[in-house]
Write a protein that binds this ligand. Structure first.
Ligand SMILES: *Cc1c(COP(=O)(O)O)cnc(C)c1O
Length: 360
């Protein structure tokens, strides 16, 4: 069996230890005589799996008691609608920071439900930076301030936490959740699709401050109301049980590895090595403002775009796959989430140097 180093932006690489553990437990979970996929979500076995996963995520992120942790479906994209539906609370306007493709999608969806004030945008830089706190034009009466801490496509990450005063801060953390410690108490809502840095697709995690639950717009579908889901401990309907279980195995692994501070250290080392390799060559380039470079998604271009196809084909031969950049950006993109081992990043750097020597 030959596993590749998979640089996909999502669904993305998962920790090999966890894949093997899931394989081991596939046919008979802990003597239950069945796979987790075959269990009732209301049975005591699955309830214990679900509760343990929540407890471990709470511990990893130090989630305060006044926050609910929800295990949902519908992806981060459903949160683009759920956030305004639940947070407007009679207030017609919300603030959004526009830092790229995912911010734009969140804004477009929110416009169906509320008046959006774009409080800051990096559009004029072609999304190679983020607006500073001083540049934000915040409305003190906004229902909330939404931002995207890490733009997965542009490879731009906020180097600071926007301060919206008493206005709840909402973060689409899909591509950098669990990559470093965060102070959850500074946020109203943190949400993330699981398929980047948590586990399999199909699960969405939302961490919601409890005072923001319970005032959804009348007519909000039950599945889009945080209250329905929170009151039912994320089991109003059948939850994505297997993805929830798998995420729980990932949380345990991260705890064993020293938690999010340890992840942050490794992630910084991985990203620095790759950005250094790009910066120290005149063959590769990354356009992002050095202060706003993503630790998770590293886009880069070759000096001669005619070589892109050759680069991708030879990288694949070398076991380095899914490096093609997003069609809106071009070039390459290496996503180096928690589960990408340092050896994978080093193998990419070595390949890049060799490719440059032969083609530069
Ligand atoms: C992938 C991604 C999304 C979309 O997630 P889905 O779970 O597919 O809806 C939204 N925001 C960010 C930042 C992403 O990286």
């Amino acid at each position: 069996m030959a596993r590749t180093f998979n640089f996909s932006a999502g669904p993305a690489v998962l920790p090999e230890e966890v894949l093997l553990q899931a394989q081991e437990e596939m046919l008979d979970w802990h003597g239950s005589g069945m796979s987790v996929m075959e269990m009732s979500h209301r049975g005591k076995e699955f309830v214990s799996i679900a509760e343990q996963a929540e407890a471990d995520l709470r511990e990893l992120m130090a989630v305060p008691d006044n926050y609910k942790v929800l295990f949902l479906q519908g992806g981060a994209s459903s949160q683009f609608a759920m956030v305004p539906l639940n947070l407007m609370r009679g207030n017609p306007t919300a603030d959004y920071i526009n830092t790229g493709a995912w911010s734009k999608k969140a804004i477009a969806e929110a416009k169906k439900f509320c008046e959006v004030n774009v409080a800051g945008t990096a559009e004029e830089s072609s999304f190679t930076t983020v607006p500073s706190q001083e540049e934000l034009d915040l409305n003190p009466d906004a229902a909330y301030l939404h931002f995207t801490p890490n733009e997965t496509i542009g490879g731009v990450e906020f180097p600071y936490l926007p301060d919206a005063g008493d206005v709840p801060l909402v973060a689409d953390m899909s591509s950098n959740i669990l990559s470093r410690p965060v102070d959850v108490s500074k946020y109203g809502i943190i949400y993330a699709g699981a398929q980047k840095n948590i586990g399999p697709a199909g699960l969405t995690v939302a961490i919601v401050r409890d005072d923001l639950i319970g005032e959804a717009v009348p007519g909000t579908p039950a599945m889009f109301d945080y209250k329905t889901l929170s009151d039912a401990d994320s089991m109003y309907n059948t939850p994505p049980t297997y993805a929830w279980y798998f995420a729980g195995l990932v949380f345990k692994l991260l705890k064993r590895k020293g938690g999010l501070a340890a992840m942050a250290e490794t992630n910084q080392r991985k990203a620095k090595a790759l950005y250094d390799a790009i910066d120290n060559s005149s063959f590769y380039a990354n356009p992002v403002d050095i202060n706003c470079r993503s630790l998770m998604n590293v886009p880069f271009t070759l000096a001669n775009a005619d070589l892109d196809a050759t680069f991708l084909a030879e990288a694949k031969e070398a076991g380095l796959v899914t490096l093609k950049g997003h069609r809106s950006v071009g070039g390459m993109r290496a996503s180096i989430y928690n589960a990408m081992p340092e050896e994978g990043v080093q193998a990419l750097i070595d390949f890049m140097a060799d490719f440059e020597k032969r083609n530069g």
